[in-house]
Ligand binder design. Structure first.
Ligand code: ZN
Length: 298
């Protein structure tokens, strides 16, 4: 985990997941707090190095690896937490994530793990996309980057766009093959929005900060487009259940669904594609013989 200065007032801690550090009037604002207590402690050490007190934490979305350090920061420093509407509910009640990934039922214990459920954190301020907020004298623009999660935001401040998981660095993209999303079409639109947003630096949640994100965005968009094409072709051939499609998708794209956690993550992602195709009128859903069938061919 190293601290990298991007512009005069903006740094990021580069690791498995990135955290932003923004110098405000009197201190330092954290954008996303990492997975857990030790991530929070690394943020505290970075603030000590910069000789600035942490003044607040701002979360882009409610995935454990982005808000998991909140509880420790709040415990140690009593700083306020800012988070987008909807996402803030899961940050306060993290058990909602394994619940929604398990279709709303009480999840089996395997899904109540540290990657899907971090320590709960209070949320003091709800931020809305399309607004400019001020934290300790610093203006931050809140952008709608929904799609990866239902109400994810990006933050533009002092020449840097913190894009959260709106797009992935190439290494992370290669690893996941089809990155998690809950709405493929909105994810694609958010990727385009990142490309249209002026900044000196673009920081993804996973991967290195980029001065020119165009090539990386293109690869991310290609993944969505090729998955959409594959699904459309597959459903034009014959109707299929979600589970049928998941098996074919795993085979075709070489996805690893070796445990309940990655199974539900990829299944949700598949549903995020199917919702998008359904909304566009390209496929239908019907129930036949107690099976949920998706069908194309229009
Ligand atoms: Zn995420």
């Amino acid at each position: 985990m190293e601290r990298i200065r991007l512009t005069e007032r903006v740094h990021y801690l580069h690791g498995g997941v990135n955290s932003g550090l923004v110098e405000t009037e009197k201190g330092l604002l954290v954008i996303d707090s990492g997975l857990d207590r030790s991530a929070a402690n690394r943020i505290v050490r970075a603030a000590e190095e910069l000789k600035r007190p942490l003044v607040a934490v701002l979360n882009t979305h409610a995935h454990a690896d982005h808000y998991g350090g909140n509880a420790q920061l709040v415990r140690k420093l009593g700083i306020p937490v800012y988070a987008p509407a909807v996402e803030e509910a899961v940050i306060r009640e993290p058990r909602y994530e394994p619940i929604y990934l398990f279709g709303g039922a009480a999840p089996i214990a395997d899904l109540e793990n540290r990657f899907l459920q971090a320590e709960p954190s209070p949320v003091d301020h709800v931020v809305a996309p399309g607004t400019v907020i001020t934290i300790d004298g610093t203006e931050l623009e809140v952008l709608d980057l929904s799609g990866h999660s239902i109400a994810q935001v990006g933050i533009r401040v002092a020449g840097v766009l913190f894009a959260a998981d709106a797009f992935f660095g190439l290494e992370a993209l290669k690893k996941h093959r089809i990155p998690y999303n809950v709405d493929a079409e909105k994810t694609r639109r958010s990727m385009e929005r990142v490309g249209e947003t002026q900044a000196d630096w673009y920081v993804p949640g996973h991967g290195e900060a980029l001065q020119d994100p165009r090539a990386t965005l293109t690869e991310n968009i290609d993944v969505i487009d090729s998955t959409m094409r594959w699904l459309t072709t597959r459903l034009d051939e014959a109707p299929a259940t979600t589970d049928d499609l998941l098996v074919s998708m795993a085979e075709f794209f070489g996805l690893e669904l070796g445990n309940p956690t990655s199974f539900v993550l990829y299944r949700t992602t598949l549903l995020g594609y199917l919702t998008s195709l359904h909304r566009a009128g390209g496929i239908t859903a019907r129930i036949a013989d107690a099976r949920w069938l998706w069908a194309g061919g229009f």
